[in-house]
Design a protein around this ligand. Structure first.
Ligand SMILES: Cc1cc2nc3c(=O)[nH]c(=O)nc-3n(C[C@H](O)[C@H](O)[C@H](O)COP(=O)(O)OP(=O)(O)OC[C@H]3O[C@@H](n4cnc5c(N)ncnc54)[C@H](O)[C@@H]3O)c2cc1C
Ligand SMILES: NC(=O)C1=CN([C@@H]2O[C@H](COP(=O)(O)OP(=O)(O)OC[C@H]3O[C@@H](n4cnc5c(N)ncnc54)[C@H](OP(=O)(O)O)[C@@H]3O)[C@@H](O)[C@H]2O)C=CC1
Ligand SMILES: O=C(O)C(=O)Cc1c[nH]c2ccccc12
Length: 425
């Protein structure tokens, strides 16, 4: 990495709009935004081919989603073979569904093995392609408020599908006098023993937080405002996800959905009587078109059946000590946990709208959403979890390495030719 000689030192730059007053770094190779599994996997591919890069990470550690924004007892919910990063498999002693601690340890040793050294505490605030020089300008702010501009040929967006928490507005929530938190700040039910907790949302987070609350002798009610697909995590001892992936090779998605729903009905029974209505579209089709992940049940359903977890309809408004629901019922509650999901943050910093759409995902559907124009790439936006991220990462690293090697060869060739000419008697 070189300090950029195109830039004027901060002290010489007038404090005017349009002038960049921080330091400036010219990056030899790509800039990768995000040191989660996606960023690490691309970095590993580049490292193997000797291509230099810089990873910019807003947190102070790798895989911050996993280290800082998930609850203690979280386990991967897809079988381990779908969650490995490229090039290094999980250790053999890992269980079928590794714990988050095992997964984090794996990621730490992955980064160490490939000597991946992200620049931590650097929040990417903007990235823009500069047509005049054909380079990307990536501006960051660090935790001590200093700003830096990175200038590079390639930009790899690996900031994640779950970069920001979604916090919807609710009437009266400010007047509610209990504790309110998002699921990303929930660690364990320890602090909720004996408390009446309203869990808003019934995706995998809402379901698993409610179950954890039960294990800690709290009294959860879970808000189901519309509908949800709950599937058994296993069918006849085989992972549902794995079965779906195998069937998808042979049959159209809607047929696989029909089979999954038939199996779910046999194994789980009719869930509507508990307030869990199914969407009209099948689970995989819904995941593909709207990104809504089906719930893989890890024990929540049995707590719903036993009444330990209550299902309630949508929220009308919050009151000082409780909540009023759309059916007119009023429930007293002590705490609220918003398991209301996440969003991509790409539109807030990437000044580009051809490749990425306004929801922060690439416009082209899988498997074509990894490569844009002018050296722009995306990794981990396939709505296919870690296996989708790994596929993207291999493609992106290969593509950049190919261009890098061609150009290096060309450069070496030119150097050799000019040297040959100079040296010729
Ligand atoms: C609770 C939970 C459990 C999950 N379990 C599974 C599972 O079992 N199996 C599975 O396949 N998938 C699972 N997923 C999906 C999950 O998205 C992926 O597992 C994985 O974390 C995606 O990796 P990523 O690197 O793309 O994104 P992330 O892990 O989100 O990493 C992105 C990184 O980019 C950084 N970043 C974001 N914006 C900026 C910015 N502007 N500047 C600098 N840095 C930035 C973030 O701090 C973060 O470290 C789960 C998701 C959640 C929320
Ligand atoms: N063990 C694991 O591996 C786990 C994996 N995950 C993954 O993390 C990702 C995010 O999951 P999750 O956090 O559950 O988010 P989701 O987006 O899947 O679910 C959000 C939930 O919040 C509800 N919601 C949103 N706004 C409101 C509102 N105003 N009022 C009432 N309900 C509302 C949604 O309802 P509606 O559908 O009506 O909009 C939905 O039920 C998923 O990919 C998931 O699979 C999460 C936890 C554990
Ligand atoms: O995005 C997630 O949370 C995942 O765990 C990965 C995932 C991709 N496609 C799915 C279909 C059913 C369940 C989980 C996933």
């Amino acid at each position: 990495m070189n300090h950029c000689d195109l830039c004027v030192p901060p002290s010489m730059v007038p404090e005017q709009d349009g002038f960049f007053t921080g330091r400036c770094i010219l990056v030899n190779g790509p800039v990768i935004v995000g040191a989660g599994p996606s960023g690490l996997a691309v970095a590993a591919g580049l490292k193997q081919q000797g291509v230099p890069f810089v990873i910019l990470e807003r947190a102070n550690c790798i895989a911050s989603l996993w280290q800082n924004r998930t609850y203690d007892r979280l386990n991967l919910h897809l079988p381990k073979q779908f969650c490995e990063l490229p090039y290094i498999p999980f250790p053999e002693n890992f269980p079928e569904y590794p714990s988050k601690h095992q997964f984090i340890n794996y990621l730490e040793s992955y980064a160490k093995h490939f000597e991946i050294d992200p620049r931590f505490n650097e929040l990417v605030q903007s990235a823009k392609y500069d047509e005049t020089c054909g380079l990307w300008r990536v501006k960051t702010v660090s935790s001590n408020n200093s700003t830096t501009e990175y200038i590079c040929r390639w930009l790899v967006v690996a900031s994640g599908e779950n970069a920001e928490k979604v916090v919807p507005e609710f009437e009266g929530l400010h007047e509610f006098n209990g504790n309110v938190m998002h699921a990303c700040d929930y660690k364990s039910g320890e602090d909720f023993r004996g408390k009446r907790v309203l869990v808003v949302g019934c995706g995998n987070s809402g379901m698993e937080v409610s179950l954890d609350l039960c294990h800690h002798h709290a009294a959860p009610s879970m808000v189901v405002r519309s509908s949800v697909h709950v599937l058994p995590r296993e069918i006849l001892g085989k992972s549902t996800f794995e079965l779906a992936v195998s069937m998808m090779k042979w049959m159209p998605l809607w047929v696989v959905d029909k089979i999954l729903l038939g199996a779910a009905r046999l194994i789980l029974g009719n869930l509507e009587k508990y307030g869990l209505k199914r969407p009209s579209m099948g689970p995989l089709q819904l995941k593909n078109t709207e990104g809504k992940t089906p719930v893989l049940d890890i024990g929540t359903l049995s707590k719903i059946r036993s009444g330990d977890i209550k299902i309630v309809p949508g929220i009308k408004k919050f009151l000082q000590g409780g909540v009023e629901l759309v059916n007119g019922e009023v429930h007293e509650i002590d705490s609220v946990i918003l398991a209301t999901g996440y969003s991509s943050n790409v539109p807030s910093w990437l000044k580009e709208s051809e490749f990425f759409s306004s929801d922060g995902f690439p416009r082209s559907p899988f498997p074509n959403g990894w490569k844009g124009k002018a050296g722009l790439y995306a990794v981990g936006f396939t709505r296919r979890g870690l296996s989708g991220a790994s596929l993207d990462a291999v493609r992106v690293a290969q593509d950049i390495c190919k261009i890098w090697n061609q150009e290096t060869k060309q450069k070496n060739h030119c150097v050799a030719v000019s040297c040959h000419r100079k040296c010729k008697p």
